[in-house]
Design a protein around this ligand. Structure first.
Ligand code: BGC
Length: 349
């Protein structure tokens, strides 16, 4: 069987290789891969700066944003051939820590978790893969091709869940939301904000093209230019760029009792001069919260799948700006100007 394989730590080592055919045991599903989404994490792994192979192996099958069709399911598993499924990325650590022990592996506290296509577990960018039913999420067949958005949406569903939990520390009546970055995470965050009846604003450096249109279509307001000119103080910020300067700017621009949720993973090293005294003063006197979030557990995958099911299908289709056949995978990894989500599609040639 063919798989997209990398040698973690070695820049640009990705290639399609023949690997052993997966053979399901009595407790796992055999899944035919339909599509795999590409994100910044994949680019970092291919660039050699992130990722690790399974113990005892020197390669890692890439791909953590999956969509597949069940080919074989053990009896009593609750899955049937033909079901559409998405694989859960993270597996609990083997200790397990207190969070992993209760299924909250996205909050793993000892760092010994593993992640498909990222950390010590092969990913889904192969023609077929095996997965245990407890790490597979069945999705509504109506979602069909946009089901590949469930994984990135799960990360956003978790972000919103935590924002709401933090908000409930006191009376909670947010109105205005700012999302920084109109990539797939930012746009899905905006979509979930609109689904909650909030006034959603999206800020990005891009001045034209598809992104402003997508924001407008869901009823959001698009901003570009200088963040200080947006003209209001948001109650909630979802920072989806990981750009250091913007991270500090949003912390300085929230409303009293505001919440800033950081979802973007920064890379490289950038030094910034920051007035920590005034930042601290503002945060304390304003009861402000800044928190980071990563990954998702089963509850968040389910929330993501229902949120996508409620969304406008045509809008979700347009988030996927390019579908690249598996054999041309390299094109999916190179960024193009109007890209939002790029997907490796196993069903096209
Ligand atoms: C994935 C998460 C993962 C994180 C860190 C992200 O791209 O969506 O599932 O936890 O990378 O490895």
């Amino acid at each position: 069987m063919r798989a997209l394989v990398v040698r973690p730590g070695i820049p640009n080592s990705a290639s399609i290789e023949e690997i052993e055919e997966p053979v399901p045991d009595s407790s796992s599903l055999l899944v035919e891969t339909l599509a795999v989404g590409i994100c910044g994490t994949d680019r970092e792994i291919v660039g050699g700066s992130y990722g690790s192979p399974p113990a005892g192996q020197d390669y890692l099958v890439l791909g953590h944003e999956s969509l597949g069709k069940v080919l074989y399911a053990p009896e009593g598993s609750g899955f049937y051939p033909g079901d559409l499924v998405v694989g859960i990325v993270r597996h609990p650590d083997p200790v397990p820590c207190g969070n992993c022990a209760v299924g909250e592996w996205d909050m793993c506290s000892n760092g010994l978790y593993t992640e498909h296509g990222i950390k010590q577990l092969h990913g889904f960018c192969s023609e077929r893969f095996c997965i245990e039913p407890r790490y597979a999420v069945k999705i509504d067949p109506a979602l069909h091709r946009v089901g590949v958005l469930v994984e990135p949406a799960s990360v956003v569903a978790k972000a919103w869940e935590h924002i709401e939990r933090i908000g409930k520390r006191a009376r909670w009546n947010p109105r205005r939301v700012l999302v920084t970055g109109a990539g797939p995470i930012g746009l899905l965050a905006a979509m979930m904000g609109i689904q909650r009846g909030l006034d959603v604003h999206v800020f990005d450096i891009v001045t034209g093209g598809l992104k402003p249109v997508l924001v407008k279509e869901i009823g959001g307001t698009y901003h570009t230019g200088n963040l200080h000119d947006i003209g209001f103080k948001p109650d909630v910020v979802l920072e989806c760029t990981g750009v250091g300067k913007l991270v500090f700017e949003v912390m300085q621009s929230i409303a009293p009792n505001g919440i800033v949720c950081l979802t973007g993973i920064s890379s490289g090293k950038r030094l910034l001069e920051v007035d920590v005294t005034s930042l601290n003063r503002g945060m304390v006197l304003g009861n402000e919260v800044v928190f980071g979030t990563v990954n998702a557990n089963r509850r968040h995958y389910k929330a993501a799948a229902s949120s996508l099911a409620m969304a406008d299908r045509a809008w979700l289709e347009r988030l996927i700006t390019r579908r690249v056949p598996f054999r041309r995978w390299a094109e999916a990894l190179s960024r193009q100007p109007d890209d939002v989500k790029v997907v490796v599609d196993f069903t096209i040639e």
